[in-house]
Design a protein around this ligand. Structure first.
Ligand SMILES: NC(=O)c1ccc[n+]([C@@H]2O[C@H](COP(=O)([O-])OP(=O)(O)OC[C@H]3O[C@@H](n4cnc5c(N)ncnc54)[C@H](O)[C@@H]3O)[C@@H](O)[C@H]2O)c1
Length: 331
């Protein structure tokens, strides 16, 4: 049985992958400092609470031989990275680099890394593929792109093969378990809209309604976390089968405007809430959609869930007692 080290496995996306791996029969060891994750998502089995670093990892490596790493731990707020770049560079690069050295020293030969569409910055095209220009406009995006490049060098120099998965907007909630998105400082549209529906915030702000789109609001690609989880498992299998180091976009290949998401949530919840149009934010492209054909071709990955599944699973999660208790504990 293969043993997978999951860094940041108690978080929104990582916890889904932890369960996906367990269901596939992998032995899973989770490291998470719980800075934004929740132990109740994954349980205490083979869980270690610490900020990922070489010394603590050395300690647990006495009891495990890891075959691969699935890597989610990171600071994730792009806006925050422009206020405190140093913290992001340290966490997402220097500290990650230490962990990479640990992987090298322990002969861990495969890594699946949670990268981001933020590596593209402001794309020249509406439908973005992996060969398009990468020019991040946030320090967060820069750390993801730089770490992809570092992984590439570690592949060439040390033979550590890796897959970097560039997620577009991760969304939705588990269909089978009581877990979903509950970031402490939420910046993602869908949970923000549900929080407005639940009265947990005063209104939803739309940043600009004069974009070149059907209704003037920005269009984005939303991909369900269960599809992302499946992509991690397919990527691991690809690497175990000798697949070479590569990057892949993960999205639905379809775009929805901010206004369409708001209307959809109003429709599903039957709740009206306040929506306010404010100024544009710098750096938001009109339309950004994933071309995921490379993942389709090489990893045999296909997104199975559509916007309806994303919104209905997220609504079930947001009205759950677990979500209410996490919100209370975060406030
Ligand atoms: N949510 C999205 O839409 C999205 C989009 C693109 C990329 N990503 C990437 O996917 C990954 C997971 O995102 P998420 O939305 O699940 O975020 P999350 O904050 O829910 O998960 C990150 C987890 O890592 C843990 N963590 C953070 N730094 C750590 C450290 N140094 N040591 C140990 N644990 C640490 C946190 O406690 C948390 O459980 C991140 O790398 C993020 O950049 C997310």
């Amino acid at each position: 049985m293969k043993t997978i080290l999951v860094l940041g496995g108690a978080g929104y996306i990582g916890s889904n992958v932890v369960w996906g791996l367990r269901e596939k029969g992998y032995n899973v060891v989770v490291v998470d400092d719980l800075s934004s994750g929740y132990i109740k998502f994954i349980g205490k089995e083979s869980f270690f609470k610490f900020h990922a670093n070489k010394d603590d990892l050395e300690h647990i490596a006495k009891n495990y031989k890891f075959d691969a790493i699935c890597w989610f731990s990171a600071l994730i707020e792009a806006g925050e990275s422009m206020k405190n770049p140093g913290i992001f560079l340290r966490s997402n690069l220097s500290e990650n680099f230490e962990v990479l050295e640990f992987a090298k020293n322990h002969d861990i030969k495969h890594i699946v890394f949670a990268s981001s569409a933020a590596v593209y910055g402001i794309p020249d095209k509406q439908v973005v593929s992996e060969t398009d220009k990468t020019d991040p406009i946030s320090v967060y995006g820069l750390t993801k792109l730089m770490f992809e490049k570092v992984l590439n060098f570690y592949s060439n120099i040390y033979g550590i093969s890796s897959v970097s998965l560039r997620f577009f907007n991760a969304s939705g909630a588990s269909f089978t378990r009581d877990m979903g998105e509950a970031h402490k400082n939420e910046s993602h549209l869908i949970p923000i809209v549900f929080n407005a529906a639940l009265g947990l915030r005063d209104c939803v702000k739309i940043f600009g309604n004069d974009y070149k789109t059907i209704d003037g609001t920005c269009i984005r690609d939303y991909v369900h976390i269960e599809d992302l989880s499946n992509a991690f498992i397919l990527s691991l299998e690809y690497l175990f089968d000798g697949g070479r180091t590569d990057v892949f976009n993960l999205g639905n290949g379809e775009g929805f405007s901010v206004k369409q998401i708001i209307d959809k949530v109003k429709d599903v919840t039957k709740i009206n809430f306040k929506v306010e149009v404010t100024d544009r934010r710098p750096g938001d492209p009109d339309i950004e959609i994933a071309d995921y054909s490379k993942a389709q071709k090489i990893l045999s990955w296909n997104p199975r869930y559509k916007l309806d599944d994303i919104i209905s699973s997220a609504w079930k999660w947001h009205k759950s007692d677990t979500y209410a208790s996490l919100v209370r504990s975060n406030s």
